[in-house]
Design a protein around this ligand. Structure first.
Ligand code: ADP
Ligand code: MG
Length: 245
């Protein structure tokens, strides 16, 4: 059932995240203990200051990561105001190493003080799914760009009127989406990544966004030289939560 699948994908995401976090926190802590070791063994006052600065920076990073984590697991019962810039920055912090491993660079244009109404843990999952797809599509040497704009006044992807709110646009310069793949994008278990894919990311994301009264649009160009995909998520600044949830 849909519920079970959602639970499954959540677990998979949580598992991947836990591994990422452990990794992200391990490195700075290792540096700190090395720095402390060095300092114990006699250093000049100059070195001592330098090492302490370095240790402080590493610990600040651990703090940031743990803050981002706490935000992640605090599920709210009612929609709250979500600061998009803050949320996207937290997600990118957690995905840092992933981007580095994939050899993908990120460009962001995130104005401050843009808020939408929603369930933070769910929206995080959506953005994480979409940014992961973009990074995977961009590949080594590729680029992902993330920006926020006001919702356009015109009709949304299904011809519906868009709520007042914000659009989050996640674009990559990967290979784009071919015409034979396009109709299947939002189907559960549809993946072109073989055993590396679950095929649940877009399906889950669309479910979450429609529960929020928003919409997702995927634009892609595989013609000519202009490759790449752009995914737009339209969200409302005031709560419009689908009945029954
Ligand atoms: P998964 O990533 O596990 O394959 P998703 O539901 O996230 O599952 O995505 C389904 C499919 O949609 C992907 O396998 C891929 O073919 C296509 N897709 C999604 N995002 C992009 C993108 N940014 N560029 C190209 N193809 C994409
Ligand atoms: Mg995916």
């Amino acid at each position: 059932t849909q519920e079970a699948l959602l639970a499954n994908e959540k677990l998979a995401v949580a598992g991947r995240l836990a591994a990422t976090i452990a990794h992200e926190i391990h490195n700075p802590l290792d540096s700190v203990s090395n720095l402390l070791y060095l300092m114990r063994n006699g250093v000049t006052p100059e070195e001592s200051r330098q090492f302490m600065d370095m240790a402080e920076q590493e610990l600040a990073r651990v703090t940031q990561i743990s803050r981002a984590m706490l935000g992640l697991y605090r599920e709210s019962k009612a929609p709250v105001s979500v600061d998009l810039k803050r949320m996207l920055k937290e997600i990118l912090l957690l995905m840092d190493r992933r981007f580095a491993d994939l050899g993908v660079s990120v460009a962001i244009d995130l104005p401050a003080d843009v808020a939408v109404a929603g369930y933070p843990a769910e929206l995080r999952q959506v953005f994480t799914n979409l940014i992961t797809n973009a990074a995977e599509a961009a590949g080594r040497g590729g680029e992902v760009s993330i920006r926020i704009a006001p919702n356009p006044p015109g009709p949304g992807p299904n011809g519906q009127k868009l709520p007042d709110g914000a659009t989050i646009i996640i674009a990559d310069n990967g290979a784009g989406i071919s015409d034979d793949v396009r109709p299947h994008l939002f189907q559960p278990f549809f993946t072109t990544k073989g055993e590396h894919g679950t095929g649940l990311g877009l399906w889950v994301s669309r479910g979450i966004i429609s529960k929020h009264g928003g919409a997702i649009e995927i634009a892609s160009n595989t013609n000519g030289n202009s490759h790449g995909t752009s995914v737009s998520v339209f969200l409302a600044s005031n709560p419009i939560i689908a009945a029954g949830d």
